[in-house]
Design a protein around this ligand. Structure first.
Ligand code: FAD
Length: 491
């Protein structure tokens, strides 16, 4: 019997498979498509995702294939978000087509021992007390596979979600934008946003000499997502919104996209979980959908592995739902707000966008929204003690180290995907008396020299969230202070 069967070899399923393999979990990914999806779709890896990849030693292989973009937009506002201020190790958005991202993720997943089985579609499942029976269609035949857990990473129409009886409430598309991945004879010098009474227009390089043009035109926004988009319409709308057509030609991908917005009512039903687009869908504003899904998988991987291997404290797996549903809710809210700005047509709405653009010129506001879009500002986990250290529950950012082995940040110390207890005073934090020795296989300990606020030691979860930050200089008291939090991560 398999430990975990994942439905869907999109970016989320592939990344989850690799995360589970870090812990030796037997995992197979079944994918309906016979061959990889070549469409560029998500063209941005946010800084938060690159930092996640850095915790597994992988960021550089993505960076080598993409184009760093230091700023981003929020709702096509003319003041851009400055990613250099978010405290990331890689402080930029990386323009990279989703097909390349998926190729690199699949190579990594397979290299660490995941099986990716193509041309195989999950059609139904039945849950028992100890396992899930999954019916898979391959060619004209059906077979049944047993797995202890099943994760649906099978996109917005998730068969797994439906078979598990998880509701997906929300709204259907009411307006559409258009996008075109094209070559330009007359490219802009950098990312471009233009707005006016006719709608909004964005252009950004996505590598290989291709630009993504995206627009929301008041004249066409009520066309259905299924209506064909032609290069002539893109040229016409670009001229209407920008005043010139940038010499666009040679389209790689033309598509309409809508604002259908839905979220799974729960992310777990018994032995079945959902992640990525299977758990949430929304207007693709600000390049967040794939990144959010990759963070779902990063949150879930170590918790599911610990549950399978009997190392999980009570409630650890359920915290996947309580942490990730609010994170998606916050992204849904910001995509709706962005769409309101993007679709601004009357003078009042246009004025709102101007006011918002002016607000973003204030550095603190700009940094706050850059952090959100970059994936550094998810809501704090439920149960984060009010009155504790302000870093507790936050995403690791801005910690520069000097370790005996020369690690410049904590990220290279996290390749095993285990919690990391890091003493910043350069002395070994004694194990908490209640048997960290026993937990030694599940927690990494390291020492480093760093001046980081008032912090003397920090416990970092495998998903780069700070579980606990200690300020006591006495090692024994510090260890005792850390212990209750440590017990919530592993037993
Ligand atoms: C126009 C557009 C632009 C976008 N731009 C961005 C962006 O810039 N940044 C960003 O972060 N996001 C962006 N997104 C969103 C992003 O593409 C998705 O959020 C992302 O693909 C979700 O990944 P996933 O792995 O959850 O699902 P998917 O990528 O949908 O993968 C699901 C996989 O499951 C397979 N599958 C489906 N049903 C079954 C079944 N029954 N059995 C087996 N396999 C099955 C599918 O074939 C597919 O391969 C954009 C989306 C669109 C449409």
């Amino acid at each position: 019997m398999l430990d975990v069967l994942i439905a869907g070899a999109g970016p989320v399923g592939l990344w989850l498979a690799a995360e589970l393999r870090l812990h030796g979990v037997e995992v197979a990914v079944v994918e309906r498509r016979a061959a990889p999806d070549g469409r560029s779709r998500a063209v941005g890896l946010q800084a938060g995702t690159l930092d996640t990849f850095a915790t597994r030693g992988l960021a550089q292989r993505f960076i080598e294939r993409g184009t760093p973009v230091p700023t981003g937009h929020f709702g096509a506002a003319t003041t851009r978000l400055d990613f250099s201020a978010v405290g990331a190790v890689h402080p930029f958005m990386l323009a990279l087509g989703q097909s390349v991202t998926e190729q690199l993720l699949e190579e990594h997943a397979v290299a660490v021992g995941a099986r990716v089985l193509r041309g195989q579609e999950v059609v139904s499942l039945t849950q028992g007390p100890d396992a899930v029976e999954v019916v898979i269609r391959a060619g004209g035949t059906h077979r049944t596979v047993r797995a202890r857990w099943v994760v649906g990473c099978d996109g917005t129409r998730s068969a797994v979600r439906q078979a598990a009886g998880i509701d997906f409430p929300g709204q259907d598309t009411t307006m559409t934008g258009w996008l075109a991945d094209v070559e330009l004879d007359d490219p802009p010098t950098g990312p471009l946003a233009a707005t006016g009474p006719g709608g909004s227009f964005l252009a950004a390089p996505i590598g290989d000499g291709v630009h993504r043009l995206a627009g929301l035109s008041t004249a066409t926004m009520h066309r259905g997502t299924g209506e064909p988009l032609t290069l002539a319409e893109v040229r016409e709308q670009t001229r209407a919104l920008l005043g010139r057509d940038l010499g666009l030609r040679n389209p790689r991908w033309l598509s309409r996209y809508g604002n259908a917005t839905r979220q799974a009512a729960r992310y777990r039903a018994g032995r079945v979980l959902v992640a990525g687009d299977a758990a949430h869908m929304f207007f693709p504003a600000g390049g967040q959908g794939m990144n959010l899904g990759i963070q779902d998988a990063t949150n879930l991987g170590w918790k599911l592995a610990a549950t399978l291997q009997g190392r999980a404290p009570d409630g650890l797996l359920d915290s996947y739902d309580t942490e990730r549903r609010p994170a998606a809710r916050a992204v849904i809210d910001n995509t709706r707000a962005q769409l309101a700005l993007f679709a601004a047509a009357n003078p009042e709405q246009i004025a709102l966008r101007e006011v918002w653009s002016a607000a973003l010129a204030e550095p603190r506001t700009n940094r706050q929204w850059a952090r959100r879009i970059a994936g550094f500002d998810d809501p704090l986990p439920a149960g984060t003690e009010p009155g504790g250290h302000p870093l507790n529950g936050t995403r690791l950012a801005g910690l520069a180290l000097n370790t005996p082995a020369g690690a410049p940040t904590a990220h290279p110390l996290m390749h095993h995907g285990r919690p990391l207890l890091l003493d910043l005073g350069g002395t070994t934090t004694p194990c908490p008396t209640d048997g960290l020795e026993r937990r030694a296989a599940t927690v990494d300990t390291e020492t480093a020299h760093a001046l980081w606020r008032d912090v003397t030691a920090v416990l970092i979860r495998p998903d780069a969230r700070i579980a606990w930050a200690g300020t006591d200089t006495d090692p024994q008291r510090r260890a005792a202070d850390c212990l209750p939090t440590l017990r919530t991560l592993c037993r």
